[in-house]
Design a protein around this ligand. Structure first.
Ligand code: HEM
Ligand SMILES: *[C@@H]1O[C@H](CO)[C@@H](O)[C@H](O)[C@H]1NC(C)=O
Ligand SMILES: *[C@@H]1O[C@H](CO)[C@@H](O)[C@H](O)[C@H]1NC(C)=O
Ligand SMILES: *[C@@H]1O[C@H](CO)[C@@H](O)[C@H](O)[C@H]1NC(C)=O
Ligand SMILES: *[C@@H]1O[C@H](CO)[C@@H](O)[C@H](O)[C@H]1NC(C)=O
Length: 324
């Protein structure tokens, strides 16, 4: 079969180029992945997410963040769901786990899926579908989630250091997203996920006092917002649950986040920096002007985020908190 005559050399070169490029192409994610094996999968997940969100309005933001966190560490492989074991501290017990919660919703959906179509739907796909559903039920866009991810077997607290920090500048954010194959537009659109949810004081209080040698308050922060946040986050602070909602419509998925940024009202340095840097400012402005554009780009970037580091040699976990 292999005939290495001089004539085949150009073909081999082409073949080699492809073998270098192909491993990048994502396993075999597909919008209809479960249509034969578990046609009810998305309906079961949607109903579970919906009823949980009605009982607890914090659920949508938490499930959206869960997907981001999962995909940024080891790819979208449900590593964020694994519990620590004797001898292994898992991601969810790593330092920036302060807002990781609502795992029970994923467990609940998984239990129902195991009852309906055992050993079929991965935890990684449940997280991706749930993230889409919470956006849609909060008034945001709908998109087809590609499925077929496998669940990983490894989760390490030490790796959460690779999440971007709320103090990052645009260069650091570009690098962090770029490492996962995500570009400038993805960075700005996905940051719009901060239209939902809440942050604890610890994630932004360095902007409120003694910010730098020259400025007590971060000069990129609107002064009224700074005064308000100082009241919500007094020093010393007895309430470890204190914090603030990201934008004034924090349970509605809309483009208000971008209008707030233009008014200097981003809560994190990493949010506000998007306005201060000319590589990202125009995207912020166009999303602030046009909500439909933001919705389309957010959906497209969520699909890309869902492709990050998808693995082929994983498993279909039976319980999302433990490897099989
Ligand atoms: C650009 C880099 C990002 C940074 C630096 C960042 C940082 C953070 C931090 C520090 C918190 C608050 C933790 C706390 O104090 O409770 C948070 C919350 C949140 N993040 Fe991000 N994040 C980023 C990107 C994203 C992306 C891409 C998404 C989803 C598309 C997202 C969705 C959320 C949501 C929904 C919350 C609120 C969670 C809740 O209310 O419980 N974030 N983020
Ligand atoms: C966060 O990590 C701490 C220990 O590092 C742990 O006690 C806590 O349960 C974790 N929180 C979540 C939501 O897993
Ligand atoms: C961003 O932060 C890094 C690390 O602190 C620093 O080296 C770099 O100069 C900063 N870049 C910009 C454009 O501010
Ligand atoms: C402000 O920061 C400086 C230098 O980092 C430090 O010496 C000083 O004690 C800080 N002041 C307050 C009020 O925390
Ligand atoms: C951004 O601004 C810098 C100077 O502040 C300039 O050199 C650069 O060309 C600008 N880049 C873009 C993309 O506008």
């Amino acid at each position: 079969m292999a005939n290495f005559s001089p004539k085949t050399v150009p073909c081999l070169t082409v073949l080699l180029m492809f073998t270098i490029i192909v491993p990048q192409s994502k396993a075999s994610l597909n919008a209809n992945y479960y249509s034969q094996t578990c046609p009810q999968a998305e309906k079961i997940i949607r109903e579970t997410v919906y009823s949980a969100s009605i009982h607890d309005p914090k659920v949508p933001a938490r499930l959206l963040r869960l997907f981001f966190h999962d995909c940024f560490i080891r790819g979208c492989d449900a590593s964020v769901l694994l519990d620590s074991t004797v001898g292994n501290q898992a991601e969810k017990d790593g330092p920036p786990n302060i807002s990781l919660a609502s795992f029970y919703v994923i467990d609940d959906a998984k239990a129902k899926l195991e009852a309906t179509c055992p050993k079929t739907v991965t935890c990684a796909d449940i997280v991706a579908i749930a993230a889409r559903d919470v956006v849609t039920i909060s008034g945001g866009p709908y998109w087809n989630v590609l499925k077929g991810r496998k669940d990983g077997r490894v989760s390490k607290a030490s790796e959460t250091i690779n999440l971007p920090a709320p103090t990052f500048n645009v260069s650091q954010l570009i690098q962090s997203f770029g490492n996962r194959g995500l570009g400038l537009k993805d960075l700005v659109a996905l940051s719009g996920g901060h239209t939902l949810g809440f942050s604890h004081c610890s994630s932004f209080e360095s902007r409120l006092r003694n910010f730098s040698a020259l400025h007590d308050i971060d000069p990129s922060m609107n002064i009224e917002l700074a005064q308000e946040l100082r009241k919500k986050c007094p020093k010393p602070n007895k309430d470890k649950n204190a914090g603030d909602f990201f934008d004034s419509t924090s349970s509605t998925f809309d483009n208000n986040y971008f209008n707030q940024l233009l008014a200097g009202k981003g809560v994190f340095g990493s949010d506000q920096a998007l306005v201060g840097d000319n590589r990202t400012r125009w995207n912020v402005e166009s999303f602030a002007k046009d909500q439909n554009l933001f919705f389309r780009e957010f959906a497209a970037s969520m699909v890309k985020l869902g492709n990050v580091g998808v693995i082929e040699d994983g498993e279909v976990r039976i319980k999302c908190r433990v490897v099989n």
